[in-house]
Design a protein around this ligand. Structure first.
Ligand SMILES: NC(=O)C1=CN([C@@H]2O[C@H](COP(=O)(O)OP(=O)(O)OC[C@H]3O[C@@H](n4cnc5c(N)ncnc54)[C@H](OP(=O)(O)O)[C@@H]3O)[C@@H](O)[C@H]2O)C=CC1
Ligand SMILES: O=C(O)C1=N[C@H](C(=O)O)C[C@H](O)C1
Length: 271
């Protein structure tokens, strides 16, 4: 905190009537000591105080869920610290090493934490992602011979290529239309976002516009799929659903300890 997603999730937690633990991890250069979230004073904790703070939170209530919306360069060290403190965690941050995150709570790992990791928490986008995965499993190669192109536009400070786009490209690849991740076109210049992608000016600081195009070999057939989101609320609501879902799995001692948002959707636990 006070990152945009972390703050939006904290606000959604309060709005749902859940308890917001008034502590937020922050970047090393942030000078404020606390921020106000819907009337709750949230203490900001720098990376050098992270381990001690997480241990104290776990000692106070081991059922606390941690939410990570940080930066690709920060998320893996954060996750290692959550796991070491045995605090269960929901990761929305994209661009990290997901395999390494999963390993912190995999069978045989020392941690007793549960984890949910997903590149997109928006219910309808998760449903689209699940539908593409199901199509790929049911009709592998159905789009063989088609050429895929993908364009994604996000606020100019986004560090990485869209994690959602990467996940959907994997499904399109199984459908027969592969695309290397580095061929995904990233639009980060505000003038292009407005002019080429149709992003409203008011959403330049927070938007996610994705377009997937599939064209047949002879150019006679063309598909286009878009999901265009302005703002953050759809992800914040999904993240709170994820926390509730994960808390229930943890409380029930479920044998599976790593989940994604498709698991939450399948369970019928997205509001
Ligand atoms: N899964 C999903 O549905 C969604 C995922 N995302 C992803 O979430 C991430 C965050 O996005 P967003 O909120 O827009 O980005 P912001 O840049 O607004 O926020 C990121 C925050 O993380 C802070 N930070 C950096 N390093 C650390 C650290 N070591 N410990 C704690 N905090 C740290 C930054 O602080 P500082 O500025 O001081 O560096 C900043 O406050 C991105 O990876 C984005 O792709 C976003 C939306 C939805
Ligand atoms: O940075 C964002 O804003 C978003 N990031 C996620 C991604 O990388 O796919 C999800 C959504 O696109 C918003």
């Amino acid at each position: 905190m006070p990152g945009k997603m972390a703050t939006a999730v904290a606000e959604a937690v309060v709005a749902r009537g859940l308890t917001l633990v008034p502590v937020g991890l922050t970047g090393a250069t942030v000078e404020d000591e606390s921020i106000d979230v819907s009337g709750v004073a949230v203490r900001l904790v720098r990376p050098d105080e992270r381990e001690a703070t997480l241990s104290a939170i776990a000692a106070d209530d081991p059922a606390t869920m941690v939410v990570d919306y940080t930066h690709p360069s920060a998320v893996n060290a954060n996750v290692a610290a959550y796991a070491a403190a045995n605090l269960s965690f929901v990761v929305g941050t994209t661009g990290g090493d997901e395999a390494a995150m999963r390993a912190t709570v995999a069978d045989g790992a020392a941690s007793t934490a549960y984890a949910l990791i997903a590149p997109n928490m928006g219910k309808q986008i998760v449903a689209l992602q699940a539908a593409l995965e199901a199509a790929a499993a049911t009709f592998p190669g159905a789009f063989a011979g088609y050429t895929l192109s993908v364009t994604e536009s996000h606020q100019s400070h986004k560090a990485d290529t869209s994690g959602t786009a990467k996940a959907n490209v994997a499904a399109f690849s199984a459908l027969g239309a592969p695309l290397p991740v580095d061929a995904i076109v990233k639009v980060r210049v505000p003038a292009d976002q407005v002019g080429e992608m149709g992003v409203p000016e008011a959403a330049l600081s927070g938007h996610a516009f994705h377009t997937y195009r599939l064209v047949s070999g002879d150019g006679s057939v063309r598909f286009e799929l878009q999901h265009n989101v302005c703002g953050r609320s759809v992800y914040a609501e999904g993240t709170v659903d994820a926390c509730v879902f994960l808390a229930q799995r943890r409380a029930g001692g479920d044998a599976v300890r790593v989940y994604n948002m498709i698991d939450v959707l399948r369970a019928g636990e997205m509001s």
